[in-house]
Structure formats: structure tokens, C-alpha cells
Design a protein around this ligand. Structure first.
Ligand SMILES: Cc1cc2nc3c(=O)[nH]c(=O)nc-3n(C[C@H](O)[C@H](O)[C@H](O)COP(=O)(O)O)c2cc1C
Length: 177
């Protein structure tokens, strides 16, 4: 699909068919997405792919009980990752200074940019997705369930799968306020 068609046809998808996403397709989408620009070309993010049903069920509560967490075959969680950068600084015997709000913002921006490129790549392949603000709101609980190490913080995430909605029946989930 032409990129303009993909962008114009975008809408959030909250209901999904059971069909799994083929591993090759998921890989293709992620490989395209990670071509996104990143600050200093450091890619200070990590992407967590959650397909395991029990793990998705565990994430249901911190994701504010949004059904798409268990209904979609895949959840993608994009994390600001300080850990990798600090490891590299340490190995390079450079000052360990990637540890403040500015660093978090840099990593969070990298994570957000890659998330949207992955989203556009996925939509170009006929998949649908819906971001979940609960990723940031409950990043501590979500990080625990995903067993993230220190310095890896969930910032944006979405459910993703084959759309089972039509526009007229779509309900807008009120996730704020
Ligand atoms: C960072 C972010 C967080 C969002 N969180 C949620 C959410 O938790 N639940 C939900 O149903 N939609 C969520 N959305 C989707 C928005 O509601 C949706 O993008 C907006 O209403 C515009 O609709 P559209 O994406 O169909 O064009 C989120 C979108 C963004 C960008």
C-alpha cells in the first residue's frame, strides 16, 4: 500500500480475530520499524513482544482491564532503555552519566519514534493496533510482570492483530478521566 493510503486509513483497532501473526511477518514489521531515527544512533529502547496467554492475562489488570490485552495475539511494549547505554558507557570507561530526566526523555523519544514506525509497517501489512496509555501510567507493575531489569522502563505499547471491527460498531474506549 502507498504510505499515504496507510496513513489516511489509520484508525485504532480494539477487537481482533484469533488468527496469530506469523513470526516471519512480525519479524518483517519489527525490522522495518527499527530503521527509525534515534538520538545519536544509540537506539536507547527495547521492544518486548508478548504472545504468551498467561502473561497477557497478567497484564490485563495493570492495563486497566482493557479487553484488547487478552484478545489480541500480540502486545508490543516499547521501553526507554538506559541499561544498554550505561553498560556501553561503562565498557568504554566513559562517565556513567545517562541517568537523569534528559536521558529518560531521549530514550522515551527513541522508543516512541520506533513504536510509530512499527505501527505504520504493521498497518501496511493489514494489521490493526491500539496504543494503551496504561503502559506509561502503570509502567512499574508492567515492568515487573515483563521481568524488566533496572533501567528499562515501559513508555508506550499497543495490542496488535488482525482487525475484527467495522467502523460503525467501533466503541471508543475512555481511558482517561
Ligand atoms: C499514547 C496513546 C495512548 C492511548 N491509550 C489508549 C488506551 O489506553 N485505550 C484506548 O482504547 N485507546 C488509546 N489510545 C488511542 C486513542 O484513543 C486514539 O488514537 C484516538 O482516539 C484517535 O483515534 P484513531 O487512532 O482511531 O485515529 C491511545 C493513543 C495514544 C497515542
Amino acid at each position: 500500500m502507498d504510505v499515504f493510503d496507510v496513513l489516511h486509513q489509520h484508525r485504532s483497532i480494539r477487537e481482533y480475530h484469533d488468527d496469530p501473526i506469523a513470526p516471519e511477518l512480525l519479524d518483517e514489521i519489527l525490522q522495518a520499524g527499527v530503521r527509525a531515527s534515534s538520538s545519536g544512533n544509540m537506539q536507547s529502547y527495547s521492544i518486548i513482544v508478548t504472545q504468551d496467554k498467561a502473561r497477557r492475562e497478567a497484564l490485563f489488570e495493570p492495563h486497566m482491564k482493557q479487553n484488547m490485552v487478552v484478545d489480541a495475539p500480540v502486545l508490543l511494549t516499547f521501553c526507554a532503555d538506559f541499561r544498554r547505554m550505561r553498560k556501553w558507557l561503562k565498557q568504554s570507561e566513559a562517565p556513567l552519566n545517562f541517568d537523569n530526566f534528559m536521558s529518560f526523555m531521549i530514550a522515551a523519544i527513541d522508543a516512541t519514534l520506533v513504536s510509530q514506525n512499527v505501527a505504520v509497517a504493521a498497518e501496511a501489512k493489514g494489521l490493526g493496533l491500539c496504543y494503551m496509555g496504561s503502559t506509561l501510567a502503570n509502567c512499574d507493575q508492567i515492568g515487573e510482570i515483563l521481568e524488566l531489569p533496572e533501567g528499562v522502563v515501559p513508555v508506550v505499547g499497543y495490542s496488535i492483530g488482525y482487525p475484527a471491527e467495522n467502523l460503525r460498531s467501533a466503541t471508543v474506549y475512555r481511558w482517561m478521566g
